[in-house]
Ligand binder design. Structure first.
Ligand code: BES
Ligand code: MN
Ligand code: ZN
Length: 488
């Protein structure tokens, strides 16, 4: 969806559809009044008769004489209307249009004033939510072409002085879409080789990007044995994808983001149960998130240096697969006793994080669908942030609040570290039932000593139900974090 902005009046817009919003406890402003006139005062009539109360998320669809669709969405009470309300309202408004023949939309929600929110933020939230609602997975479906309608563009009613916010929102929306598409692709298509190809096409698309991909032989030579142990169980050979964006002088140290790219997680020899195993195609959503963040940053041309690192591996059981009891020497030299081959994310991330430090990052962040325990702890609402630093996790949480893609911090206190100590190696790869997300974070922390590092577990936020699929979270939070870094 192309997002533009202008101050075109409702009377003058040629769009196929018009979106407006109303509070349940406030009179219509002049813009809504003008839209009301296009439908002979029906909005005010239906409001007076209480057929339309403008409760939060409520939708009213009308038609003008010229055949334009008018969608009015309720926001509820003004002082209760927060960014979440705006997201839901936008989603409902767009969903009311996605199956109509409307291709172009003018959105007048931003003609309102918002409680506790400036219009620049509101316009970003609305733009990202609209693009999100218009997304449809099509890659592996057959459609009857003439039945397809797509909302191609949305014009936001907002002053030119907010043009940067609009273009940032548009870039973030593009990143979110990239992430969702990668997350939703089936594992027989989206394998390590596919991710490498995708990264190459991104590198080609933007001028100031470059790419290197390590293959399995190179990783073997480098002794990335922990990653290679997981990879051995699959015929789909692993890749280490390194995609660089140069938006600042080379003297500026890069932000490095690492994403777990398990393109399918069977559990390996510690095989997962059959029910819902298909959902483990989403186990590359950490990777998908760093792809999406990268796209957003490249679209925005932010003045930073960014490096994205994706260890792309498939976790399968095979005659040559790694086994519980194995001890492997990681790329860092530290030894790991494998007690469960299903705790494979940390096995590939530890080598990727060690490798990442060779790029001397000023900030190192990894994102991973790392633990089922994270879904238990925070559900599908908040991503989990873990760090030994003070400022970095705060900055990440703040970005999440700014763009309403929120996270919550879990402690990484040393008290938890003993759960991964073992007699037979420097550490074991599982920490038991108690604090499963935290002990996974502890494991990773042992490979990031002295580094300005944070780990984000997105097992609960990266995808929803099978119907919803990949959510594209937390691309918005990550992109906003990097925007905030530029304004520091
Ligand atoms: N990819 C899974 C984590 C996961 C589980 C994400 C469910 C989303 C939903 C990860 O590789 C895994 O299997 N983790 C194990 C760790 C355990 C063996 C210590 C888990 O969470 O059960
Ligand atoms: Mn696993
Ligand atoms: Zn996994």
């Amino acid at each position: 969806m192309k997002i533009t902005s202008s101050l075109t009046k409702p009377k003058e817009t040629q769009s196929d559809a018009i979106i407006a919003a109303a509070y349940s406890d406030e009179k219509h402003n002049s813009t809504i009044h003008e839209i009301d006139q296009l439908v002979d005062g029906q909005i005010s009539k239906l409001s007076e008769s209480k057929d339309f109360r403008a409760n939060s998320g409520e939708i009213l669809t009308l038609f003008t004489k010229n055949g334009q669709r008018i969608v009015v969405v309720g926001l509820g009470k003004k002082d209760k209307c927060d960014l979440g309300t705006l997201q839901t309202a936008t989603n409902n408004a767009i969903k009311a249009l996605v199956s109509t023949p409307a291709n172009t939309v003018s959105n007048y929600m931003t003609s309102l004033e918002f409680h506790n929110t400036d219009n620049a933020t509101a316009c970003k939230i609305i733009a990202i939510a609209a693009s999100h609602a218009a997304y449809r997975y099509e890659a592996t479906k057959n459609f009857k072409k003439d039945n397809i309608h797509q909302i191609e563009s949305m014009d936001l009613f907002i002053d030119d002085k907010h043009s940067t916010d609009v273009s940032h929102a548009s870039a973030i929306a593009e990143g979110v879409k990239t992430t969702r598409e990668l997350g939703n692709l089936p594992p027989n298509i989206c394998n390590p080789k596919y991710l490498a190809k995708k990264a190459k096409s991104i590198a080609k698309h933007y001028d100031n990007c470059s790419i290197t991909v390590l293959n399995h032989k190179e990783m073997d030579t480098l002794k990335m044995n922990s990653l290679m142990a997981v990879a051995r169980g699959s015929r789909n050979k692993p890749k280490m994808i390194v995609l660089k964006y140069k938006g600042a002088d080379k003297s500026q140290k890069p932000h490095v983001i690492v994403g777990k790219g398990i393109t399918f997680d069977t559990g390996g020899i510690s095989l997962k149960p059959g029910a819902n195993m298909d959902e483990m195609k989403y186990d590359m959503c950490g990777a998908a998130t760093v792809f999406g963040t990268f796209v957003a940053v490249a679209e925005m041309q932010l003045p930073i240096n960014l490096i994205m690192i994706v260890p792309a591996v498939e976790n399968m059981p095979d005659g040559d697969a790694y086994r519980p009891g194995d001890v492997v020497t990681s790329y860092s030299g530290k030894t790991i006793e494998v007690l469960n081959t299903d705790a494979e994310g940390r096995m590939i991330l530890c080598d990727a994080l060690t490798y990442a430090q060779e790029f001397e990052p000023q900030v190192l962040i990894d994102l991973a669908t790392l633990t089922g325990a994270c879904v238990v702890a925070l559900g599908h609402v908040a991503s989990a942030v873990m760090s030994k630093e003070t400022q970095l996790p705060q900055d990440i949480l703040q970005a999440g609040i700014d763009i309403h893609d929120r996270a919550w911090q879990l402690p990484l206190w040393d008290d938890y570290q003993k759960q991964i100590d073992t007699t037979f190696a420097d550490m074991q790869n599982i920490g038991g039932f108690a604090g499963g997300s935290i002990t996974a974070g502890c494991f990773l922390s042992r490979f990031c000593e002295g580094v300005n590092w944070a780990h984000i577990d997105i097992a609960g936020t990266a995808w929803n139900s099978k119907k919803e699929g990949a959510t594209g979270r937390p691309v918005a939070m990550m992109a906003q974090y990097l925007i905030n870094e530029c304004n520091k």
